[in-house]
Design a protein around this ligand. Sequence first.
Ligand SMILES: NC(=O)c1ccc[n+]([C@@H]2O[C@H](COP(=O)([O-])OP(=O)(O)OC[C@H]3O[C@@H](n4cnc5c(N)ncnc54)[C@H](O)[C@@H]3O)[C@@H](O)[C@H]2O)c1
Length: 431
Amino acid sequence: MNKDINSVAVLGSGTMGAGIAALAADNNCKVLLLDISEDAVKKGKERIINEKKPLLSDLKNINNVEIGTFENDFHKIKNYDWICEVVVEEINIKRDIFKKIEEHRNANAIVSSNTSGIPLKDITKDMTEELLKNVCITHFFNPVEVMKLCELIPGEKTNKEIINKLSIFLSKVFNKGVVYGKDTVNFIGNRIGCFFMLKGLHEGKIARSKGISLEEIDSLLSKPIGLPPTGLYGLIDLIGLDVMHSVGKNLATNLPDNDAGLPFTKLPSEEQNLFNNKQLGRKTGGGFYRIKKLDNGKKVKETFDLDNGEWNTFKKIQIEKDLNIILEDSDLGNLVWNVMGSTLLYAADLIPEIADDILNIDRAMRWGFAWQMGPFEIIDKLGPKNVIKKCLDKNQELPKMLQALEKSGNEFFYNENMYLDLDGIYKEISN
Ligand SMILES: NC(=O)c1ccc[n+]([C@@H]2O[C@H](COP(=O)([O-])OP(=O)(O)OC[C@H]3O[C@@H](n4cnc5c(N)ncnc54)[C@H](O)[C@@H]3O)[C@@H](O)[C@H]2O)c1
């Protein structure tokens, strides 16, 4: 294939950098992988060729990768078509790297950041016009080799041509599902996904006070509503409470005034205590759940009691409910409405703020968070009229997209191969 992008410089060789470098090397790109020290970049390379779980489909593709350090090898980026910054989520560190990129890159090179949520305008503030024309966000999801989503976010001055080039490259060469977002805090997937998690923790506290257990909450907020089996607490164990804590802080600073997520950016007191005690999740050997090894070598799963601080044997609970639980008027139904229902309404109010249309939002949640259906597909399945009725019954304001649907006189967001626009007009679904 005749590619516009044949070489990729990946700056940072941690979890995500190693994944992106491996993907590029596997697709016959010339790769430069740099990190803060020789030790760090060797670890990154080791991640790529790891004996147990290599990130390459063919180990000989490691020959496509040259490694080096920021200090000694930064100048080499001038020979690369795409420079992808993947260092820690710390704005000043990213800004320093960007300044160095501008010093050394070739004028035609595309530059991107893999930040999870820092707006591009903040990373590139006061940087040269030349850089601003060539820069965007390429937000891959973890693990890079597994997750289909890559969010592509242009800045205000980004040249359309580079977005087109990257979009073709990401979809045709990297086989990713590209979703277009706006340069707003946390972009699309994490904006909606973090609302679900943070609101979920606050609603979980209320549910626990009614005697609903963590296991019940997770078994409700998973299979019955088409979400992965980790549910809420299991998902946060996977991500880490430390990450949720800093996500919350970033949201508190950067969400617009009146955003429905603002009241939930702080962790509830019990989760804050876990954070303070460094009981962060799988990375620290346990968070809400843990696997305990017994003297006889057997392993048992345990659940943390957030209210009395004790570990109890995990109780497997299977709740035989389907998506309609969202509309059910019961303790369990209200919990699901308050967590998932409000996430659907939140998503339906974020057009055009975070994305132009429902298609980009639905794809982001399916491809990045492994939801079986995106928010608008879920609303269609429930019946938008039923969701509107529930909102009215609960005295909740209708979000923008539900208002647009009502006004248009249409019944559903999707109609065969068409989707409803904010203007209330059906548009054809593109690939
Ligand atoms: N891990 C995820 O789930 C995930 C998903 C999507 C996006 N991201 C984003 O990708 C980026 C990298 O995350 P990660 O998970 O790979 O982190 P990581 O901790 O695995 O890797 C961080 C990298 O930054 C380098 N680094 C540390 N301090 C530095 C400094 N002072 N100067 C320059 N480099 C430094 C490290 O050596 C390492 O290469 C972050 O912006 C993160 O928000 C992460």
